[in-house]
Design a protein around this ligand. Structure first.
Ligand code: GLV
Ligand code: MN
Ligand code: MN
Length: 412
């Protein structure tokens, strides 16, 4: 029972429609609990209803549609499909959205053909995977997995709005976060389709790949405090320049993360104050993001980086404050689901590539409460987290077909 041509056609149209919902007129940016998140959820909810689903929204802002199981089915759990609806700043349009809309196309196909499966099929659009607004990823999926860190609720965004206040403005309530947790017994499996965000499938000339594991990650927020002063009068050896110290710290991150394949480190955000050309920077805040497939390697390297940065700062008389804002262990995809996905790919006569994911995904958080599996869809030149992100319509449809076949395999 394939995805129908009508449902397949809607995937790209809807991705384009969602891409118009942005906080900025110049580029695609949609962060958690914003007006644009509200608009995206409402639009997706209307599509879910049209596909015969019952829709709910939970306290963190995940939108979930449920397509009931066949009437005589004895199964009480559901197969959940989905991904996230938030984006990075100046994002591409497929990261997250492709997974939600492919999932919706699967359910629409069942609905169009008046078919029910032994399991209910749920489609989720997670509220926050990217962690852009509050520097902590998987907010949506961790709330659903019952692993939400409530300390994040009092964290402020760049405008000084706490997550608690943002959720109130959004129309939900931080007090209800616990109720977003789903009972593990209610989930038979969680399946996520996502754009690959790397070049492996394109190089292998195949449209859809099966994910074996998802890398772990550490995100740190670093605050350096020196002393601001006159750029013309303070001699170099008497300065406490926080930005010069940050430059050395960034080199430490780059050097320590350049030694092993699969280990990566990024400083993606930096803010220097007071921010004038003729003032020595006294305060600097920057982010560090470190990933590796091996948790022990990642932890060991984070420790080394912290030690080296601390010693640089001590020698410069700069105070350093390090906050660990996100920690996620690496996760293996469920062996049986991987097999079902591999046989779905084989049934379509595509060359089979099974690959690890260097990027983080909601599936990693959902693995705490359900067996998880992931499909990757080929993208152009491996570009992602960039407006040039690109997936062909044919590949998107191939991905949705493999997802549908995986769901059917899980029902056998
Ligand atoms: C999510 O896109 C990530 O940062 O891996
Ligand atoms: Mn992303
Ligand atoms: Mn993503």
């Amino acid at each position: 029972m394939p995805v129908t041509p009508a449902a397949a056609k809607r995937i790209m149209d809807r991705i384009d429609e969602l891409a118009k919902i942005s906080e900025s007129p110049d580029c695609l940016t949609r962060r958690v609990a914003t007006r644009e998140h509200r608009m995206a959820n409402d639009l997706v909810a209307s599509w879910m209803k049209d596909a015969g689903m019952q829709v709910r929204e939970d306290a963190i802002g995940n939108v979930v549609g449920r397509y009931a199981a066949a009437e005589r089915s004895t199964k009480t759990s559901s197969i959940m499909l989905g991904s996230h609806l938030d984006t990075v700043i100046n994002a591409g349009r497929y990261d997250g959205m492709l997974g939600v809309l492919s999932a919706l196309a699967c359910v629409e196909s069942l609905h169009e053909q008046n078919m029910r499966l032994p399991y209910a099929v749920e489609v989720v659009g997670f509220a926050d995977e990217e962690g852009v607004r509050y520097q902590s990823t998987y907010l949506g999926s961790r709330a659903m997995a019952g692993r939400f860190n409530k300390l994040v609720l009092s964290r402020e965004d760049e405008q000084g709005i706490t997550l608690t206040d943002a959720l109130t403005q959004f129309g939900t309530s931080a007090d209800e976060i616990d109720s977003a947790a789903v009972n593990p017994d209610d989930l038979h499996a969680y399946l996520e389709l996502h754009i690959e965000q790397g070049p492996v499938l394109e190089n292998g000339n195949t449209p859809v790949g099966v994910v074996s594991s998802i890398s772990g990650a550490t995100r740190l927020m670093i605050n350096l405090t020196g002393y601001a002063g006159h750029a013309g009068t303070v001699p170099m050896n008497l300065r406490r320049d926080a930005l010069a110290a940050a430059a050395q710290c960034i080199s430490i991150v780059e050097r320590n993360c350049s030694t092993e394949a699969g280990l990566v480190g990024t400083v993606g955000r930096i803010n220097a104050k007071p921010g004038a050309g003729n003032v020595i920077p006294g305060d600097v805040q920057f982010s560090i993001d470190i990933r590796a497939a091996s948790d022990s390697l990642r932890v060991e390297r984070v420790n080394t980086i912290v030690e080296e940065m601390s010693s640089v700062c001590a020698s410069r008389n700069i105070e350093i404050d390090i906050e660990n804002v996100h920690e996620a262990a690496s996760v293996n995809c469920d062996a049986l689901i991987v097999k079902h996905m591999q046989s779905a790919v084989a049934s379509m006569n595509y060359d089979l590539i099974t690959l690890p994911s260097g990027a983080g995904h909601d599936a990693a958080a959902m693995a705490d409460i359900a067996p998880v599996g992931m499909l990757f869809v080929r993208c152009r030149e491996g570009i992602s987290h960039h407006p040039d992100e690109s997936v062909t319509e044919d590949d998107a449809i191939s991905g949705a077909q493999v997802l549908m076949q995986t769901v059917l395999n899980l029902c056998d």
